[in-house]
Design a protein. Structure first.
Length: 156
């Protein structure tokens, strides 16, 4: 059986508000994650991420935001079949938890629900392997990018 979760944790040299913006605003997402992004960080909102795979080929993945607690928690289901509603049998859950620390923000990523997908064991294993490597690369890019976007939190 394929392991169900991918878990990663990194420390980012930027406050949670900046990291939140980098995770949720399309103009920032395209700098570290996808070639195009449509997202509204509100529960129930639908969106997509698109990657260009060549001049005539692209891969677009639909998403639905499950929970959003700015600037500390975001989750969405994604990568579900076109025309279907996302649920635990067809859409992994991606969660970002942001915790302030003296030196910046600790970001914890969990992508779960891989083992319950209605796919073959080989497809689930390939998905997990691809996303395990992908998150390592993408979170490093996110940390570099967010550090360069640093802004101080607004005082109340």
């Amino acid at each position: 059986m394929v392991a169900d979760r991918i878990e990663r944790e990194i420390l980012i040299d930027a406050p949670p508000e900046t990291v939140w913006d980098v995770l949720t605003q399309p103009e920032h997402i395209t700098a570290w994650f996808a070639d195009a992004a449509e997202i509204d960080a509100a529960p129930g909102a639908r969106g997509s991420f698109t990657w260009m795979r060549g001049p005539d080929r692209q891969n677009t993945v639909a998403l639905r935001v499950e929970h959003a607690e700015p600037p500390h928690y975001l989750s969405y289901r994604w990568n579900f079949p076109e025309g279907e509603e996302p649920h635990e049998d067809n859409a992994p859950l991606v969660e970002f938890r942001l915790t302030p620390e003296a030196s910046g923000t600790r970001l914890r990523l969990v992508e779960s629900g891989i083992s319950t997908l209605d796919r073959s064991e080989d497809d689930k294993a390939a998905y997990r392997d691809d996303h395990t490597q992908g998150w390592d690369t993408l979170l490093a890019k996110l940390a570099r990018y967010a550090s360069g976007q640093r802004r101080e939190p607004v005082e109340p």
